[in-house]
Ligand binder design. Structure first.
Ligand code: DHB
Ligand code: MG
Length: 222
């Protein structure tokens, strides 16, 4: 099968099941203005994140990697009026775009976008000792994945759900000798998950408007 066919099926599913209002559409399209155009999740994946949040009954969400805030809008709407999203973003430029998208989506009051290296921001959240997060979406720089999972385990509780994006690396994820630090970041975090008795997890490959990719879903059991 071809990229073209995958794209058509994704478009059909999105048109049929994943209506976007203007704020979501503009947030997705403004991804092109960020430092990483094309990296935002597909509409059907954004909605999956929102549905996982609702299924988990999540009120507090932590996101590593905001970019234009497209997934952030999905997550913020999923947690509802009384919920809260904290989203960590390296680049001030991207955070500015995201804050505008969150305002247009009507959820600015329930989202904090924190600018800086996500590991530093997460460290501060741990030190602050706030309420645990119910749902975490890890979608920032891939070499940072192991550190982001470790931080997430200090910021969540039994029952929390963690999703890690972009784990296929065009198939290179299976190569233990890959010189690509992003591949190694994915492989290390998968090994960390496998060795942690608190975590149950699976990973899925996806094809569609984002080409060949995939994600990990983790449930923290204790
Ligand atoms: C990459 C990162 C992403 O978060 C994404 O959605 C797509 C690609 C990357 O680092 O290549
Ligand atoms: Mg991603």
């Amino acid at each position: 099968q071809s990229d073209e066919a995958w794209r058509e099926v994704d478009a059909y599913f999105a048109d049929t099941l994943v209506p976007e209002d203007r704020a979501l559409r503009e947030a997705r399209e403004s991804g092109g203005l960020t430092t990483m155009p094309q990296a935002e999740v597909a509409p059907n994946q954004g909605k999956l994140l929102a549905m996982l949040c609702r299924i988990a009954g999540a009120a507090r969400v932590l996101e590593f990697g905001t970019l234009a805030g497209y997934s952030t809008v999905w997550l913020a709407r999923a947690v509802g009026d009384g919920g809260h999203v904290t989203s960590l973003e390296l680049e001030e430029r991207n955070a500015g775009i995201a804050r505008e998208n969150l305002r247009r989506a009507g959820v600015a009051d329930r989202v904090d976008v924190i600018v800086g290296p996500a590991a530093d921001s997460a460290r501060r959240l741990i030190e602050e000792g706030g309420e645990p997060y119910d749902f975490v979406f890890i979608d920032a720089d891939k070499p940072g994945n192991p550190a982001y999972l470790a931080a997430s385990l200090e910021l969540t509780q039994p029952g929390s759900v963690i999703v890690i994006d972009n784990v296929v690396r065009n198939g290179a994820v299976t190569d233990p000798a890959s010189p690509d630090e992003r591949v190694q970041g994915v492989r290390r975090v998968l090994a960390d998950i496998a060795h942690d008795a608190r975590l149950e997890a699976t990973a899925l490959q996806t094809v569609g408007s984002k080409g060949w990719d995939g994600f990990v879903v983790i449930r923290r059991s204790r």
